[in-house]
Write a protein that binds this ligand. Structure first.
Ligand SMILES: Nc1nc2c(ncn2[C@@H]2O[C@H](COP(=O)(O)OP(=O)(O)O)[C@@H](O)[C@H]2O)c(=O)[nH]1
Ligand SMILES: [Mg+2]
Length: 358
């Protein structure tokens, strides 16, 4: 499953700096708004120590980790939803992503331009969030119009769509993010195709300065806002300082980079409700990312379309059993191999083998 994550926020808050930190791809960074014009896109591997533990016991030629694709876009300003400052292009780019990482400036530095000339994270968040809502209102109104034009050939499903869109529009007019609304399962499936922005989970990323890690008043304010919205907040220093001692300094910087990536990855997993299952054979040990609750049949399709077509059953070994019993043979002797049907719900750490007929 492809996980696309966009990095959004006001201009000049450190989005591209964070993107470079996460992806090791050097994006253009400069101290002026709209330095980023075309989106920067890069895929990063999700480090999962369990893969090493598996290959220690059962070596394979190659290992494949799960991935996340990060998309760093131009900054959003007031009026973006009406097209100011490439707003429409930016908002359209983020429509196709699954989660929004919203970078908020939480550091003082007179040398770094702020579009409003002062630091106020809650105001900054509100400016960007307003544009997200306005863009959704625009999309929603357009979709309602298009459906109403089809009125003469209206069928039950169109009626349902119309009802659903009107429900969304009312919430948006009241400034309510669509992710706050309780939708039925059917409504959730129907609404997916509209790619609304405010239905996507948001992760706030406080870009703090090394000097103000402790007692950062901006961070405290942002914390209050995020917990009020029940949105996760990750704090990091997007621009890691170059440390004095050359060798030791590089190591510490790498560790910090990994810890930022780790925090953001974990938060993405949590907001998107994701888990990892594994497949092992002599050629490759591979981690697969799926939504918690994915059935064995859907998981089979992810691995190979033939596995779904000819699905018979799935052999499940729990990761902890694999380690405890030192591999497949031990697990077998310990009676810890399970065979499940197509409706089995995959759990985090499952090692799956699909049995299928051609
Ligand atoms: N002091 C400090 N400066 C930063 C930090 N993050 C970014 N900057 C600087 O802020 C300016 C804008 O950064 P950039 O990543 O291009 O911002 P973007 O427009 O949001 O992509 C650049 O001069 C960066 O060097 C940070 O954590 N601390
Ligand atoms: Mg940028």
């Amino acid at each position: 499953m492809q996980i696309d994550c966009s990095i959004i926020g006001l201009p000049n808050v450190g989005k591209s700096t964070l993107f470079s930190l996460l992806t090791h791809v050097s994006a253009k960074v400069a101290n002026f708004p709209f330095c980023t014009i075309q989106p920067n896109i890069s895929i990063v591997y999700i480090p999962d120590l369990r893969i090493c533990q598996l290959t220690d016991i059962f070596p394979s030629h190659k290992t494949v980790h799960g991935t996340i694709r990060f998309i760093d876009v131009a900054g959003l300003i007031k009026g973006a939803a009406q097209g100011h400052g490439m707003g429409i292009q930016v908002l359209n780019h983020i429509r196709v992503t699954k989660v929004l990482c919203h970078v908020v400036r939480c550091f003082d530095n007179n040398q770094i331009i702020h579009v409003f000339n002062d630091i106020d994270p809650c105001r900054d968040v509100s400016v960007v969030n307003t544009e997200l809502i306005l863009f959704d209102i625009f999309q929603c109104e357009q979709s309602i119009c298009a459906l109403q034009k089809k009125r003469k050939i209206i069928d039950v499903s169109n009626k349902q769509q119309l009802f659903l869109l009107k429900k969304c529009l009312e919430c948006l007019y009241n400034g309510v993010f669509l992710r706050k609304i309780q939708f039925s399962n059917i409504e959730r499936i129907n609404i997916e195709r509209f790619n609304f922005l405010t239905i996507k989970p948001i992760i706030y990323i406080a870009n703090i300065d090394e000097k103000s890690v402790i007692n950062n008043i901006y961070l405290n304010r942002l914390h209050a806002l995020a917990s009020n919205e029940q949105a996760p907040l990750v704090s990091c220093c997007a621009m890691l300082p170059l440390l004095k001692n050359k060798n030791n300094g590089i190591r510490v910087t790498m560790e910090r980079k990994e810890s930022v990536l780790h925090d953001i990855n974990n938060t993405i997993f949590s907001v998107l409700n994701l888990c990892t299952f594994f497949t092992i054979n002599l050629n490759v040990t591979r981690a697969w990312i799926c939504v918690i609750g994915t059935t064995a049949l859907e998981a089979a399709k992810m691995v190979h379309s033939d596995f779904k077509k000819g699905f018979i059953r799935v052999r499940v070994i729990k990761f902890n059993d694999f380690i405890l019993y030192n591999g497949e043979l031990g697990v077998k002797r310990g009676g810890k191999i399970y065979y499940e049907g197509k409706d089995y719900r995959v759990e985090d750490g499952d090692i799956l083998k699909f049995l299928f007929k051609i």
